[in-house]
Design a protein around this ligand. Structure first.
Ligand SMILES: [Fe+2]
Length: 245
């Protein structure tokens, strides 16, 4: 007897009109994301076909590995933009910001006012998936002093908070907004992270979503979509990203 797997809701069906993706690694060769300008173009072309209106791509800024500056990011964005229209990708709106690791380099950039916000005063920040920064309180203070609103990338990936949601309550009280990776709901990072994602959604911790896409393989997984209960939940949250349009 043949058992057919319950059909998933494909990703394109849940993308709200005007959706803005606020987390991706689509600037070629400057972090662990796409390697070539053509890979960037291909993914952006697929995003356009899926119905995504705007992409604010966010290369890593990480002291010892990818110490990208606003200058290198904007230069690479400019290069990519020169090929997009000739290659037929002209509808999707492309902007660049960064995913700032909350390290010393980030503190330096904050003090020097050398930050590329996502949109208005929102900035995308991350921490190590092994442990939170020891000076997290100082960093939060500096973020606020500089007038920014921190959006914490993929809170579901910080497993050390999994059984300690009080810490997340504190971060929320301090003004952090939470951005969930859609790929976490696809199971891409494993089943623990998938279930932590669902818990964070159910407890209303999640403010925004992002693809955090780096390559073709992740695109393929994302396009498959989600099962119906997850699709329903995430569809509602995805509408919040319209504030970035
Ligand atoms: Fe990322």
């Amino acid at each position: 007897m043949l058992f057919l797997r319950k059909k998933d809701v494909p990703f394109h069906q849940i993308i709200p009109e005007g959706y803005v993706d606020i987390h991706s690694h689509l600037l070629h060769g400057i972090d662990d994301g796409v390697k070539t300008i053509y890979q960037s173009t291909y993914i952006l072309e697929q995003f356009e076909k899926l119905g995504i209106q705007k992409v604010i791509t966010t290369p890593h800024v990480l002291k010892d590995i990818w110490p990208n500056s606003s200058k290198t990011i904007l230069k690479t964005l400019k290069e990519l933009k020169t090929v997009l229209t000739p290659l037929g990708v002209s509808k999707i709106e492309l902007h660049a910001s960064a995913e700032y690791m909350m390290d010393d380099l980030f503190l330096e950039r904050l003090k020097n006012k050398d930050i590329l916000p996502l949109h208005q005063d929102y900035i995308l920040v991350e921490m190590s998936t092994f442990s939170p920064p020891i000076n997290l309180k100082e960093i939060i203070f500096e973020i606020k002093l500089a007038g920014y609103i921190p959006v914490l990338a993929h809170p579901e990936r910080y497993s050390f908070y999994q059984n300690n949601l009080k810490e997340y309550d504190e971060l929320k009280n301090l003004g952090f907004l939470f951005q969930l990776n859609l790929l976490s709901l696809s199971g891409y990072y494993g089943k623990d992270i998938k279930s932590f994602s669902k818990k964070l959604i159910d407890y209303n911790y999640i403010d925004f979503t992002g693809t955090d896409i780096h390559n073709y393989y992740q695109l393929e997984i994302l396009e498959k979509g989600f099962n119906t209960p997850i699709a329903k939940k995430v569809e509602t949250i995805m509408r919040n990203n319209l504030i970035f349009s």
